[in-house]
Write a protein that binds this ligand. Structure first.
Ligand code: AMP
Ligand code: DBH
Length: 546
């Protein structure tokens, strides 16, 4: 495994596209480290980042990031090296990550929910040389996890820990060198983001400085962020939505204040909204439901909140209509993907657009196609497959030639896998997914990845994982299992087995149903997609009868 060739992340648009995106002023040659430098020069004393224990100005944030950059170089990491980061919503997220940018290093963003199996996969795929984690968060010890990951991936030469380092190197104890920080090319890959993984394991998404900065600069404008705005990171900010739509990066770009919320429970979130005067934040639909339920009884004054963004999964029009009456703020629907394209309802859109659509694209140069199964455009108002290309949508994944061949057309459109309707004005309504993944409260789960783990259980003969509509989660996961002859596994045992596989908790099936057979048709061989669809349909029919 360690002999595998190291593949440098790259992302290339055809020259005529790159030229157009520059000429139109989308790509301005700024870098992630560069924009923080500019902000720290323009308003050094303004507060940039707050968490329950820290409050740093832009000047202080830059100084901390520069020290971290020196530290990384002092460890022997060199420009272009990949560094896996797993940091929850704490202020230190920013010096850790901007330190990497300033040193020309390439963060690979794992989510706090990821466990050994996922981290090992990311580290190998990215050929990462170091891992940066926080000590503990919300009752989980990330130092132990780091040890398990490093044991499997010895190429991870360094483990750096924010907080109490335990057996590892402390973030503040990195050797401070005085190497010159490198020049960073804005057209190069800045970081690797994680895809939801529609088939198999999550893929790595290479985003350049130029394209990503465009996406969050334009998003910050659409959301009206400025020096008076206070953006709260409620979802884990390593995720693309709270990172860039406009997220913490858009907020810092606009000179706003970022508040890091350690967990999005109504009590924690509302108390921070009240304390910091938060004006805008983003959540997934189930959290929006919880917040709307809790708001009438809260003791916290959340009247500073002007905009609640909801995205990551479909928000029903009925729930959308309740946002203003319960929370007293404007709803903004956000439909995006880490691969690029992001859609917003605009803050001055009519109420029926805001409640009934998932918004329209950021850029006039976002090209959107809605096609039938045969690849022909459908008329507006008809559902079809969403394909897109544009100034911040990738043309390829990192080192995934087979997935690229499936996911991109020869002329560079990304096949999102989403089924949408386009309305007048370019607004999109998400109808569902073409593929087999489960969107569980905004967390995307690949059926195939879960089935592979289930098949590793000795009592499992075959398994099919499907999404089932769920009033709270939007979708939940259900595993249909055919047991091996002469075995009788039980659901709790299967779930415990899945937990033992070192997977993120959200991937453990919500429901396990044993069936004697999958009732494939007499024709014999049947695609997994059709099989899953049949199982889902039969299950829902039986539920209805109950
Ligand atoms: P990912 O590839 O993990 O970044 O997830 C992106 C996917 O999440 C999209 O392709 C959609 O399937 C789904 N998604 C994101 N936002 C919304 C939304 N507002 N409504 C419905 N689906 C959404
Ligand atoms: O679900 C997503 O991935 C998502 C949702 C809203 C996203 O990446 C985004 C906005 O940027």
């Amino acid at each position: 495994m360690s002999d595998a060739p190291v593949i440098e992340p790259r992302q290339v648009w055809p020259a005529e596209f790159a030229e157009r995106y520059r000429q139109k002023g989308y790509w301005r040659g700024e870098t992630m480290g560069g924009f923080l430098r500019r902000a720290a020069t323009e308003h050094p004393d303004r507060i940039a980042v707050v968490d329950p224990d820290h409050r740093w100005s832009y000047g202080e944030l830059l100084a901390r990031a520069e020290r971290a950059a020196q530290g990384y170089l002092g460890l022997g990491l060199r420009q272009g090296d990949r560094v896996l980061v797993q940091i929850p919503n704490i202020a230190h997220f920013f010096p850790a990550v901007f330190g990497l940018f300033l040193a020309g290093l390439v963060p690979v963003y794992a989510l706090p929910a990821h466990r050994q199996t996922e981290l090992v996969h990311f580290a190998r795929r990215a050929s990462a040389r170091a891992l940066v984690v926080a000590d503990r968060h919300e009752g989980f010890d990330y130092r132990d996890l780091a040890g398990q990951v490093q044991a499997e991936v010895p190429a991870l030469a360094h483990v750096v820990v924010i907080g109490d380092p335990g057996p590892w190197l402390g973030f503040d104890a990195m050797p401070a060198g005085d190497l010159p920080l490198p020049q960073v090319d804005p057209s190069r890959v800045a970081f690797l983001q994680i895809s939801g993984g529609s088939t198999g394991l999550s893929k790595l998404i290479p985003r350049t400085h130029d394209d990503y900065i465009y996406s969050f600069r334009a998003s910050a404008e659409i959301c009206g962020l400025d020096g008076d705005s206070v953006y709260m990171g409620a979802l884990p900010v390593a995720h693309n939505f709270p990172m860039s739509s406009p997220g913490v990066m858009g907020a810092l770009y606009a000179g706003s204040r970022v508040v890091m919320c350690p967990n999005p429970s109504p009590d924690t979130a509302f108390s921070l909204i009240a304390r910091e005067g938060v004006t805008i934040t983003g959540v997934v639909p189930p959290l929006a439901l919880l917040w709307m339920q809790a708001a009438p009884r809260t003791k916290h004054d959340i009247s500073s909140l002007q905009v609640l963004q909801v995205g990551g999964a479909k928000f029903t029009p009925e729930a959308a209509a309740r946002v203003r009456p319960t929370l007293g703020c404007t709803l903004q629907q956000v439909f995006g993907m880490a691969e690029g394209l992001v859609n917003y309802t605009r803050l001055d859109d009519a109420q029926d657009i805001v409640t009934g659509t998932q918004g329209r694209p950021i850029s006039p140069d976002d090209e959107v196609l809605v096609l039938d199964d045969a690849g022909q455009p459908v008329p507006d108002g008809q559902p079809g497959h969403l394909l897109t290309r544009g100034p911040y949508t990738i043309r390829a994944y990192h080192d995934e030639p087979a997935a690229d061949a499936r996911s991109f057309t020869p002329d560079g459109f990304y096949r999102t896998g989403d089924i949408v309707k386009r309305l007048a004005g370019g607004y999109l309504v998400v109808q569902g997914r073409a593929g087999d993944h489960i969107n569980r409260a905004g967390e995307k789960i690949s059926a195939e990845e879960i089935e592979d783990h289930l098949l590793a259980h000795p009592a499992v003969f075959d398994a099919a994982v499907v999404s089932i509509p769920d009033a709270f989660l939007g979708e939940r996961s259900c595993a249909f299992i055919i047991a091996q002859p002469d075995t009788s596994p039980r659901a709790p045992e299967i779930k415990a087995f899945m937990r033992s596989r070192g997977l993120a908790e959200f991937k453990v099936p919500d429901q396990v149903v044993f069936v004697p057979e999958f009732q494939t048709t007499a024709v014999g061989k049947i695609s997994r997609n059709v099989l899953r669809a049949n199982l889902r349909a039969r299950f829902l029919k039986e539920e209805e009868r109950k």
